[in-house]
Design a protein around this ligand. Structure first.
Ligand SMILES: NC(=O)c1ccc[n+]([C@@H]2O[C@H](COP(=O)([O-])OP(=O)(O)OC[C@H]3O[C@@H](n4cnc5c(N)ncnc54)[C@H](OP(=O)(O)O)[C@@H]3O)[C@@H](O)[C@H]2O)c1
Length: 199
C-alpha cells in the first residue's frame, strides 16, 4: 500500500503522516516547502510533477489548502479567490491529476471542515469553499472510473490548535487522533462520495 499525504507538516497532515508512517511501509509526505516531495496544489503543473516522481499510489490524502478569514463586510472579490484557488480548485485539480496516475481502486480523500454547514464569525470565505467541495465530492465521485473512490473529511476545530473548552462554530474541538482515524477508515473501506463529519 503506497500512501501520499499532502500537507504533511500541518496540524492535521503531520498527524496523519506520522501515524501512517508507523503503520505502513510506503508513506510519502508532501508539502509546499518540502525538499523531497514539493507540491503546490494551486499549480496544476506542480501537482503533475509530484505524481510523475512518485510510484503509483493507492491512497491520496490531502490536508493542504487555505482561504481568507475576514468578516463579510471586509471580504473583497480577491479575498474569495484566495480560497477558491487554494482550498477549492487546489483540491479539485488534485482529483483531476491524481485520477490519471493512481492505481485501480485507489482512494482520494480531501479535507473541508465544520464551516461547510455551521457558522463562525469571519469564516465566510472558508464556508464558501467547504460547501462547494462537498457538492463536488458528491457528484464527482459518481463519475470516477477504475474503481477510484473520492471522499472528504470535514473536521471541527482541532483541540490544541483551538482551546479545548471553547466552542468553534457551535461545537467543542475534536481530538486529532479521532480525525486521523477517519482518514484511515476512508481509504480502508469501500465508501465513495462520503462526507465524514468529525464534530
Ligand atoms: N486546524 C484545524 O483546526 C482545522 C479544522 C478543520 C479543517 N481544517 C482544514 O484542514 C486543512 C489543513 O489545516 P491545518 O490547520 O492542518 O493547516 P496548516 O497547519 O496550516 O498546514 C498546512 C499544510 O499544508 C501545506 N500547504 C499549504 N499550502 C499549500 C499549497 N498551496 N500546496 C501544497 N501544500 C500546501 C503546508 O506546507 P508548508 O509547511 O510547506 O507550507 C502544510 O504542510 C485546511 O484546509 C483547513 O481549513 C483545519
Amino acid at each position: 500500500m503506497k500512501i501520499l499525504v499532502i500537507g504533511a507538516t500541518g496540524t492535521i497532515g503531520s498527524a496523519i503522516y506520522n501515524t501512517l508512517k508507523n503503520e505502513y511501509d510506503n508513506v510519502f509526505g508532501a508539502h509546499r516547502n518540502s525538499k523531497s516531495y514539493p507540491i503546490d496544489i494551486t499549480d496544476k503543473k506542480s501537482i503533475k510533477a509530484l505524481f510523475e516522481k512518485l510510484p503509483k499510489i493507492d491512497a491520496v490524502i490531502n490536508a493542504a489548502g487555505t482561504a481568507s478569514w475576514k468578516p463579510l463586510s471586509e471580504l473583497t472579490e480577491e479575498d474569495y479567490y484566495i480560497g477558491i484557488r487554494s482550498k477549492l480548485m487546489g483540491q479539485v485539480n488534485l482529483v483531476h491529476v491524481a485520477k490519471e496516475y493512481i492505481n485501480d481502486n485507489a482512494s482520494i480523500t480531501l479535507t473541508t471542515g465544520i464551516l461547510a454547514e455551521h457558522y463562525e464569525p469571519n469564516a465566510v470565505g472558508l464556508s464558501l469553499v467547504n460547501g462547494a467541495l462537498h457538492s463536488f465530492v458528491h457528484a464527482a465521485s459518481k463519475e470516477l472510473d477504475r474503481g477510484i473512490r473520492l471522499n472528504v473529511v470535514a473536521p471541527g476545530a482541532i483541540a490544541g490548535d483551538f482551546p479545548e473548552d471553547q466552542k468553534f462554530a457551535g461545537y467543542y474541538p475534536v481530538h486529532i487522533t479521532d480525525v486521523v482515524d477517519s482518514y484511515k477508515q476512508l481509504f480502508n473501506n469501500n465508501n465513495t462520495g462520503t462526507i465524514c463529519k468529525k464534530y
